[in-house]
Structures are given as C-alpha cells and as structure tokens.
Design a protein around this ligand. Sequence first.
Ligand code: AMP
Length: 431
Amino acid sequence: MSFEKLGLIEPLLRAIKDQGYTEPSPIQAQAIPIIMDKKDVLAGAQTGTGKTAGFTLPLLHRLAESKPKGTKRVRALILTPTRELAAQVEASVETYGKYLPFKSAVIFGGVKINPQITALRRGVDIVVATPGRLLDHMNQKTIDLSAVEVLILDEADRMLDMGFIRDIKKVMLELPKKRQNLLFSATFSKEIKQLANGLLNNPALIEVARSNASAESIKQVVHPVDCSRKRELLSHLITEGNWSQVLVFTRTKHGANRLTAQLDKDGITAAAIHGNKSQAARTRALKEFKEGKVRVLVATDIAARGIDIDQLPHVVNFELPNVSEDYVHRIGRTGRAGNKGVAMSLVCIDEHDYLKGIEKLMGKRVEQIKIPGFAVDPSIPAEPISQGGGRGRQGGGRGNGGGRGNGGGGNRNSRSAGSGSRNSGGGRSRN
Ligand code: AMP
C-alpha cells in the first residue's frame, strides 16, 4: 500500500515525502479513504499509531477538493483535551498542509486571548482548540463556527475524563447540522459510546489495535522495589543505563515537583510538566527535553497527553496510575510508529492492586525483573495510597483518605469502580 494509491492530492504527497514516510500506517490505510469520502468515523486508535496524519491528511484533501461557502470562515474544527496536544496537532496540520494555501490556528487557555482574536479575524480555515478557550471565544463572538464542514474530536476519552462533555455539547450546538464528524478515542467506555451515538451519523468503525491492548512494539517490565527506595532505583537505572532521554510519570503534581528536585540533587537534569505550571514553563520544559538539554521529563498523566517525541526510548512509571487506562496511554509514549521502546514500572507493595487492574485490562501479565541491590524487604506492610502521592516522607500515608481500603473491594482500578476510586483519595485531578 502506498500514499499515492490512496488518491491523495499531489501537494499532500509531496509533504508526506518530505516527512520521509514510505507507506501509510494501518490506521492511515483504513481511515484516509473513508474520511476522503466524507463519511463519519468512529476510530479506536492508540497514540503512536499515526492517527494524527490519519485524520489530517484526508481533512486537508477534502478541504482542497471543495470550495468554501464564503470567505474568512472556519471550515474545520479539531478539539483536543490538552494544550500540548492542540499545539502538536496544529503543527501536523502545518506540516502536511505546507504546500496548500490553508491557514490554521491553535486556540487554548493559559495564554493571551488577543493574538488569537487577531488571527481569527484575519481568517482561518482550520482551528485546533481545547474546549474551554474555544467557549470563551464563542461567548465573546470572536469565532464564527457556522460554516464548519468537519468536526474532529481527538482523544475523546480524555476529554470526557477531564470533564469537557458539557463544553463539547455547547460547541456542537453552534455547528451546522450537516457536517462530517470524526471521533478518535483510545478506549471505549459507556460514556464514549453515548457521545458517539449522539454525534456520529452511521459511522464507519475503524480499529487498529484491540482497544485497551498495548502496542506490540513496547517491551514492558515491572521492577519490584520498596516504596522508599524508588528514587534511588530510578537514579541507578538512569545512570547505569546511561539513558539520555526518559519520560517519568508520577501520580501527582506535587510528586512530580519533588522527584524533579531530587533527581537534580543526584546530578541528573530534570524538568517537571503538569497543570500547575504556566504554559510557558510547560513549553520550555518540553523543548529542552526534546533538545536533550534535560535528561528526564517528569510528568503527570494529563500533562503528558500531548507529548509526541519521535523514538522516545524509555518511559518509567515512577508510580502506577490509579486508573488502569492511563497506563496504556503512558506507555504509548514510547515505541511510537513502530520504533522499539521500553516501559518500566517501579512497583512497591502498596501498588499491587493497581498492577493487577492493569494486567487485567491488558489481558496479560507484565514480566517482573528484580534489580540487584534493590531486593524488596518482605517485612514492610502495604499502606494505603493517598492523594498526596505515596507514603511516609513522600507525603500522605495511612489514614489520609487513601484509595486503598476505601473502595469497598473489587477492582479499584477500573473506571466503573466509580466513587470508590475516583473521589476518595485515589481520584484524578486536572493535572
Ligand atoms: P500519532 O499517533 O499521530 O501521534 O503519530 C505518531 C508518530 O508517527 C508521529 O511522530 C508521526 O510523525 C509518525 N508517523 C505518522 N505517520 C507515519 C508513517 N506513515 N510512517 C512513519 N511515521 C509516521
């Protein structure tokens, strides 16, 4: 299969060639013809599968093939959960659209609104936005969505997780009824299916990997360790392995800050990226990490959603996520587009239930490898995991509203566990 065979117009083929892509990824091979055909699509796609090009290329193709219904009108709207992802998707629109005359703009909060208003006033064909700031523009009447031909929801599951459902519904009310709708999601909860039913018109279903299954190109291992020795083990792995670029996940913003400071003390350059950081700080951290100026990027789940770095070799779960699906998203940051990657999880006794939930979701066990010198002390009992990110000096600790022992049994890790896991300490905040 080749991009030429898919029937994409020449300016797109040239841009694809510039990127060095030789053939479409499976999701691209499936999605591109259907989207070019102006059909609605419900796609189950992990990150790293090439899904962004999978919707951007046919979007640009169909916009180029038809005339706009007026001037200075927004013709396509792409919604994403995070600022980073919005910026990345817009960068893809520019990359693939570089030989086409379209103008695009990215719209998200945390930065000044005036430059966005100016850009919109000048006329933009494609808008990539996070829902909150888009609503601000709609309320201020600085954006006109009445001519939108295509609506794309990227990482829809995460948008729902972040509580954007009402915002999305408000946006949908402003759009013309007759339009093409594309919904991309890594996982399919009941809520996603409901959203899809209300939004999509007789959609084509596309699924590249079994939903919730992790990409084959990622080697996964668990390193058992005592909770209090995780930082030491991480420094050991980075130094011994001579890793130059590693993405590390913590459960909380506070935990991310603390780990970053500790790594710096160990002489390992690190930066944190999470929701309490300003947009400028987030952008700078990501840039320095990509350029190799910073060896370790410590991230919380939501902040990490938009991170796309080619050939990121190592991802470490410093702490396992309390929502199993987040594990799949996290490890999807490595092994992208067919490159080999390793995802390591440092797991202490407190997290055994989380690990069980993750393995159940994936339908397979993760190999356990003990690191010499870091044997687990069997006399240490399990403690509840608190919102603060861990036990003892890591903050929080027993009786601090922890998720463990609070959920009334069952799989505390699964979304359907509802209030047991989400609200009582183990819950997610807007990281
Ligand atoms: P995505 O899943 O959209 O986040 O894309 C993952 C990565 O794959 C990005 O870094 C893209 O540049 C890259 N990519 C997308 N399509 C292809 C392709 N057909 N061949 C090789 N790499 C690709």
